[in-house]
Design a protein around this ligand. Structure first.
Ligand SMILES: O=C(CO)[C@@H](O)[C@H](O)COP(=O)(O)O
Ligand SMILES: [Fe+2]
Length: 229
C-alpha cells in the first residue's frame, strides 16, 4: 500500500508541486480547478502547528476538504512538533505522502517505519541549518528526502543555495530516493535544482503571485528542463 502511494508521487516527477500556503482558501474549489487545469500532478500541503515553526496553518479538516474536490495526490509537509500523533489522522483525511522533519523526532528511522506501516509514502525533511548527517540513520527507511531551501515556516523567503550541494550529495549516495526541494523555487532557481538531481519542486509564491497559473507553471517547467520559455 505504501508502495502504491510512492508510485503516485513518483508519477509527478520531474515536476512542480504547488504549495497551497498562499492560495485563496476562501475559494479553494476554484483554486484547485485552476491548478488542475494548469497541469498539476501533485499538491503540496503545509501543515504548521505554531510550535515547531512560528506559524500556524491548517489540519485534517482542510486536507479532507481538498480531497473532496480533487483526486490529485497530496504530499503533506508536516512542520509540527509531534508528527507521529497526526500521521494516521492525516492519512485518513487523504494524505498520500507524509513528510516529517528530522529535527522534530528522536528516532527518524523509527518514525519513518511507523508512517510507512500506516500505508503512506514517507519523506524526511531537514532545514538548512541542520547538518545533512542528521539523516544518516534513516535514509534506508524513507522514500523521499525534502531538502529545505529556506527555514521551514513561511512562504516567500529567499532561496538558500546550500540545498543544491545537499541534493547533489544525496543523488550520488542514494540514487533511488526521490528528492524534493522546498523554498524560494522560481524561474531563476528551478533549473539549478533540477541540475543538482532534484525530482519534485515545491512552489508557492512563484505560482500564486501570478494571475495565470497555467503560464506560471509552464514557464517553471520550461526553466526546469533547460531554460527554454
Ligand atoms: O514549506 C514551506 C514553507 O515552510 C513551503 O512549502 C512554502 O510554501 C514554499 O513557498 P515559496 O518559498 O515557494 O514561496
Ligand atoms: Fe512545504
Amino acid at each position: 500500500m505504501s508502495q502504491d502511494k510512492l508510485e503516485l508521487i513518483r508519477r509527478a516527477a520531474p515536476g512542480v508541486l504547488p504549495s497551497l500556503l498562499m492560495c485563496d482558501f476562501g475559494d479553494l474549489k476554484s483554486e484547485l480547478d485552476r491548478l488542475q487545469q494548469a497541469g498539476t500532478q501533485c499538491l503540496h500541503l503545509d501543515v504548521m502547528d505554531g510550535q515547531f515553526v512560528p506559524n500556524l496553518t491548517y489540519g485534517m479538516p482542510i486536507v479532507e476538504g481538498i480531497r473532496k474536490h480533487s483526486d490529485l495526490p497530496m504530499d503533506v509537509h508536516l512542520m509540527i512538533k509531534d508528527p507521529l500523533a497526526y500521521a494516521k489522522p492525516m492519512i485518513d483525511a487523504g494524505a498520500d505522502s507524509l513528510t516529517f522533519h528530522v529535527e522534530a523526532v528522536e528516532d527518524a528511522a523509527q518514525a519513518a517505519r511507523e508512517i510507512k506501516s500506516l500505508g503512506a509514502c514517507v519523506g524526511v525533511a531537514l532545514n538548512p541549518s541542520t547538518p545533512l548527517e542528521a539523516l544518516d540513520g534513516c535514509l534506508a527507511e524513507v522514500d523521499m528526502v525534502l531538502v529545505m531551501s529556506v527555514d521551514a515556516g513561511f512562504g516567500g523567503q529567499a532561496f538558500n543555495p546550500i540545498a543544491l550541494e545537499r541534493l547533489q550529495t544525496l543523488k550520488q549516495s542514494h540514487p533511488d530516493l526521490l528528492l524534493e526541494i522546498d523554498g524560494g523555487i522560481n524561474r531563476d532557481t528551478i533549473g539549478q535544482a533540477r541540475a543538482a538531481g532534484c525530482d519534485l519542486f515545491v512552489v508557492g509564491s512563484a505560482i500564486f503571485k501570478h494571475q495565470d497559473y497555467s503560464a506560471a507553471i509552464a514557464d517553471l517547467n520550461a526553466q526546469m528542463s533547460g531554460g527554454q520559455s
